[in-house]
Write a protein that binds this ligand. Structure first.
Ligand code: C5P
Length: 239
């Protein structure tokens, strides 16, 4: 849990938009109100996302590449090595021991930090049983978080509800990134378990990933500034 990150740098806006024109228009509208962007599968697979990531990094923005890698170790290592050339700050992988070890090799000698996804928040205990797992969600998250720490992974993507437990279990150095955050009064959309920015930060999250409350706001810049103010009030409760 790093307290030296500025409140603005803790807001990561998810550019879940269909293509480059929409993404560039949003980035222009947000201007200096946002310093960190997440590029996921939709934008990456539109063909423009990775070039956009490179351009954003060149322009001094921070970039989170959210492609959740998982494949045989050789492929993961080589794919991670490619992602490390984009100038991105974070990239996601699934928290399988083989995958994490391979991604670590791929990211070696670069500034890319790896975030592991433990259990998708769309999975409940029945889904894990159906997929053949012997663990329930809570135990599998705890097991994989420990494996991520042992593998030297930099951080975890997790629901805000898990942040406090994970912070207690893993200590101050693991970077915790939480989606599922909604400013007070915003629509939840399809997120089932939501927390406000202030509460997520107060429970130990380092960064918040927020998409629609910013990108679908009538005034995205004002929405981003309001979230940064909420982050500031959450940080004040940690001091
Ligand atoms: O629009 P919204 O704020 O719900 O966007 C949240 C972002 O975080 C999306 O890009 C989504 O894919 C991502 N995410 C999530 N839940 C997870 C992992 C990632 O919502 N467990």
């Amino acid at each position: 849990m790093t307290d030296s990150i500025t409140p603005r740098d803790r807001l990561i806006v998810a550019l879940d938009l269909p293509g480059e024109p929409e993404a560039r228009a949003m980035i222009a509208a947000l201007g200096d109100s946002v310093a960190f962007y997440k590029i996921g599968m939709e934008l990456a697979y539109s063909g423009a996302g990775l070039d956009l990531a490179r351009a954003l990094a060149r322009d001094g923005k921070k970039v989170f590449i959210d492609l959740k890698l998982h494949d045989i170790p050789n492929t993961v290592e080589r794919a991670t090595r490619q992602l490390a050339t984009l100038g991105a700050t974070f990239a996601t992988i699934h928290a399988y021991p083989q995958t994490m070890a391979a991604a670590k090799r791929g990211a070696a000698h670069s500034n890319l930090k790896l975030l592991a996804v433990t259990v998708m928040t769309s999975c409940d205990d029945d889904d894990l049983a159906a997929a053949g797992y012997a663990f329930n969600v809570r135990d599998l998250i705890a097991r994989r978080a420990r494996q991520a720490a042992d593998a030297g992974i930099d951080g975890l993507v997790l629901s805000p509800e898990e942040a406090a437990d994970m912070r207690a279990a893993l200590g101050p150095n693991m970077v915790l990134v939480t989606p599922g955050v909604r400013p007070a009064g915003a629509a939840a959309g399809d997120q089932k378990r939501v927390t406000t920015p202030a509460r997520a930060i107060a429970s130990g999250a380092d960064y918040l990933v927020i998409g629609r409350p910013v990108t679908e706001a009538a005034d995205p810049k004002a929405a981003a500034n309001a979230i940064v103010a909420e982050i500031e009030s959450g940080l004040a409760t940690r001091r």
